[in-house]
Design a protein. Structure first.
Length: 219
């Protein structure tokens, strides 16, 4: 493990965190493998155990390290979205950040269009119609979220679906402006999207999604 040096621009805890990340990267550890004990890390880095705990706690927040009784610290498989998920659920993003997150959500869903089209099944289409809501272009918030969550899930990318779920927390403040952003626009309904996904071409499905999302892209 490297020694700490040149800490003028970082705190000691920052240095411990960086050294541990490099150690994990260079040592070839796998999830479930043991990490050195706190006292060994403190001795090698010439810092106090309190500083080591602070550095380790940051890795625990990332889901990269966990403590086990009578075993010590082990490497775990991280949850890449743990931090942003907590922020989203606590609704701590600003209106501007929600706006930008909504843009990411739209881009992701449009980007998944090919996967959705290729991986659709009669069973998935039937489930999608169940959550499509009423045959109109303005839906209740819960129907909007349920439909697009199911549509995205058809694409089959679990990590992308988890990230999209996080982004959905930014959808509510944007959706509150739906009367403004949809004014004068006749966007396709969820049922129309279902019809095109089931009976249309790939290009027609891509196009109807672009038209459906156009109000949010313009807003």
């Amino acid at each position: 493990m490297e020694t700490l040096s040149n800490l003028k621009s970082v705190t000691l805890a920052d240095g411990v965190e960086d050294c541990l990340l490099k150690y994990i990267q260079n040592s070839g550890l796998q999830p479930g493998d043991l990490l050195p004990k706190e006292e060994d890390i403190a001795s090698r880095l010439n810092v106090s155990r309190n500083i080591v705990r602070e550095g380790v706690s940051r890795l625990k927040t990332l889901g990269l390290v966990e403590s086990r009784k009578r075993k010590g610290m082990i490497l775990s498989r991280p949850n890449a979205f743990a931090g942003v998920s907590k922020l989203a659920e606590a609704k701590l993003f600003s209106p501007e950040e929600c706006h930008e997150l909504m843009g990411i959500r739209v881009v992701m869903e449009l980007g998944m269009a090919d996967f959705i089209f290729d991986r659709k099944t009669p069973e998935a289409l039937a489930e999608l119609r169940k959550v499509a809501g009423k045959p109109q272009n303005t839906q209740a918030l819960e129907d909007e979220l349920a439909f697009h969550s199911k549509l995205f899930a058809i694409g089959g990318n679990a990590m992308a679906s988890r990230f999209r779920h996080i982004l959905s927390n930014a959808f509510e403040p944007v959706y509150q402006n739906r009367a403004v952003i949809k004014k004068g626009l006749n966007t396709p309904s969820h049922l129309e999207i279902c019809d095109v996904l089931e009976h249309g071409t790939r290009e027609e499905f891509q196009q109807i999604l672009r038209v459906h999302f156009k109000p949010y892209m313009n807003w």
